[in-house]
Design a binder for this molecule. Structure first.
Ligand code: NAP
Length: 248
């Protein structure tokens, strides 16, 4: 009997979950999604799931060999630069078929007021003295710890195990997608005067950008880190076409 091809999806995004949902239905394909293990209550995924870091590039190479992986789709978040560079490097070194599924970044619209910055340290400097809506996740909140005279509305997926390292803040929980109406009301109710966001792209968190535009608020927009070398696709459909080409 022919062994099914083993597809490893590096996950942690909606695109990764959508790809797993579709890929499990393909005959001759075994699907495993890898998660970093940061989110305590990850969304349910189709197919097999492994969780936790591999132990750097060498650990990933060991895993790929031991699990007899044939195809790798890196569907991690555009800001997850370490895992993406490791995947590109390891797959190229061992000659494994690999593709990067990454959603296009958001483009500034005519009525947007964006303050483009390179990283969260620069973003923190831009929100000093303001009431900022922070939608950058839980892990990197420390970058804003030294900001003077700011108040933060912080949205996270998991309830934080400890209070965030911010002097003045309110923490709320929420899992995308969000609507423009609720984002707008949230910002107005908390008298937000600036939004800080990574340029994540995609529809599920874009409502805050539309709401900021409608309220005339500036958005401190963090540019994406440089992507790894290698082939890139922007949609699940194109990834499925790539899989069809490489599965045989
Ligand atoms: P990162 O900086 O690129 O990775 C840090 C380390 O976490 C990696 O070196 C790797 O550990 C481990 N890791 C990351 N993604 C993994 C995966 N899918 N499977 C197994 N190990 C993984 O990544 P990050 O920015 O911390 O993001 C972590 C996860 O959250 C990713 O899966 C990403 O898709 C998701 N996420 C990130 C963001 C964001 O803004 N960064 C937003 C939404 C979702 P080892 O070196 O030990 O292998």
């Amino acid at each position: 009997m022919v062994r099914p091809k083993h597809l490893l999806i590096l996950g942690g995004t909606g695109e990764a979950a959508a790809l797993a949902r579709q890929a499990v239905n393909r005959p001759g394909l075994k699907v495993t999604t890898s998660l970093a293990g940061e989110t305590r209550t990850p969304a349910r995924l189709k197919g097999a799931v492994r969780s936790g870091g591999f132990g750097g590039a060498d650990g990933m190479a060991d895993y790929l060999r031991q699990a007899r992986v044939d195809l790798v789709v890196d569907a991690t978040h555009p800001f997850a630069a370490v895992i993406s560079h490791n995947a590109a490097k390891v797959c190229s070194a061992v000659g494994l078929a690999h593709i990067h599924l990454v959603r296009p970044p958001w483009e500034r619209q005519e009525d947007d007021t964006w303050i483009d910055v390179d990283d969260l340290i620069q973003a923190a400097q831009e929100v000093a003295g303001r009431r900022a809506f922070l939608t950058i996740g839980r892990v990197e909140l420390g970058r804003f710890a030294e900001v003077e005279d700011a108040w933060f509305l912080v949205r996270v997926i998991d309830p934080p195990a400890q209070p965030p390292p911010l002097a003045n803040c309110r923490v709320i929980q929420g899992r995308p997608p969000f609507t423009v109406e609720t984002e707008r009301a949230l910002m107005a109710d908390h008298k937000i005067d600036v939004v800080a966001s990574k340029n994540s792209g995609g529809a599920s968190t874009y409502a805050k950008i539309t709401a900021a535009r409608a309220l005339g608020l500036p958005v401190v927009m963090v540019r994406r880190p440089p992507p790894p070398n290698g082939p890139v696709v922007a949609s699940v459909e194109k990834t499925l076409a790539w899989l069809a080409e490489h599965q045989t």
